[in-house]
Design a protein around this ligand. Structure first.
Ligand SMILES: Cc1cc2nc3c(=O)[nH]c(=O)nc-3n(C[C@H](O)[C@H](O)[C@H](O)COP(=O)(O)OP(=O)(O)OC[C@H]3O[C@@H](n4cnc5c(N)ncnc54)[C@H](O)[C@@H]3O)c2cc1C
Length: 250
């Protein structure tokens, strides 16, 4: 049985036209312990029965000994939870949640090459993990983030990841835009990343077709992307199922 915590929203920032960052401060604790990649389940005032009210969100920041958590939430038209977040939640709104939960975390000792594949806000657990690795001085560790979204304006944490790639020699970042007709160079000069049109799938199919045992794939996002990526990695390329971990958003 997980503990329930009370928290309060302390800051909100619009990140893209459909995505906001929410920061909450947990009450009654000095620090909130969790592992990078974990999520919490919130009890939102959007229904009578608890199953109608509960929504899970990945913690987007790295564990740092504080009691502040960040969430990165995309608005879903007609979605009860996200409509509440976008229309009613403001600074000072109380949020009750239980957690942390989930086994979508990095191994204790990381010896494998890490490939993170995500779409949209599925980037949240990877942002937590990448910052965690940086905070632990694992800058040389091989990490490849493949991030998919529709348009230029939907790219999340772009400048931050480009800056991390400068500090972390082992970290590479690819952005795949599935509906964009024009790729815009929108970073200050000196910061770079791979930007391409299309889905995330051709990137790993091309770059990881030679199967290696010391490689771990982490996938996060919505069902369609996860189902396709799991099938591609295990059936098409022949990776062992144990080398593929995923967190399904719905
Ligand atoms: C472990 C876990 C972690 C999660 N972390 C995050 C997170 O960090 N950020 C985040 O934005 N969401 C996250 N989600 C999704 C989140 O829990 C909600 O499902 C989402 O916010 C929609 O809630 P809603 O009440 O607005 O929509 P609902 O009314 O519950 O949604 C209606 C239906 O639409 C589907 N759906 C919802 N959103 C999408 C979408 N974008 N694309 C396709 N189908 C969709 C749902 O599966 C559901 O069937 C996570 C889910 C899980 C299980």
């Amino acid at each position: 049985m997980k503990t329930w915590y009370d928290s309060r929203v302390i800051k909100i920032e619009e990140q893209t036209p459909t995505t906001k960052r929410f920061w909450v401060e947990v009450e009654g604790v000095d620090s909130f312990a969790f592992k990078a990649g974990q999520f919490v389940t919130m009890d939102l005032p959007i229904g009578e029965r608890r199953r109608q009210r509960w929504r899970s969100y990945s913690i987007a920041n790295a564990p740092d000994g504080t009691k502040v958590l960040e969430f990165c939430i995309v608005r879903l038209e007609g979605g009860a939870g996200t409509t509440y977040f976008f229309e009613e939640v403001g600074t000072g709104t109380p949020i009750r949640f239980k957690g942390p939960a989930g086994s979508f975390v990095l191994p204790e000792k990381i010896e494998q090459e890490l490939v993170f594949i995500c779409t949209g806000t599925g980037v949240a657990p990877f942002r937590s993990m990448i910052h965690d690795l940086h905070n632990r001085g694992e800058d040389g560790h091989s990490i490849h983030l493949i991030f998919g979204t529709r348009f230029n304006e939907n790219i999340l944490y772009q400048k931050e990841f480009a800056e991390l790639a400068e500090k972390m020699p082992g970290f590479r970042y690819d952005i795949c835009l599935s509906r964009e007709s024009e790729l815009l160079p929108c970073l200050p000069s000196g910061l770079s990343f791979g930007l391409r049109k299309g889905y995330v799938h051709p990137v790993y199919l091309e770059q990881y077709k030679e199967v290696k045992p010391g490689r771990l794939f982490y996938l996060c996002g919505w069902k369609e992307m996860i189902d396709e990526a799991v099938a591609n990695l295990t059936k098409k390329l022949g990776y062992d199922r144990k080398q593929v971990k995923y967190e399904l958003y719905g």
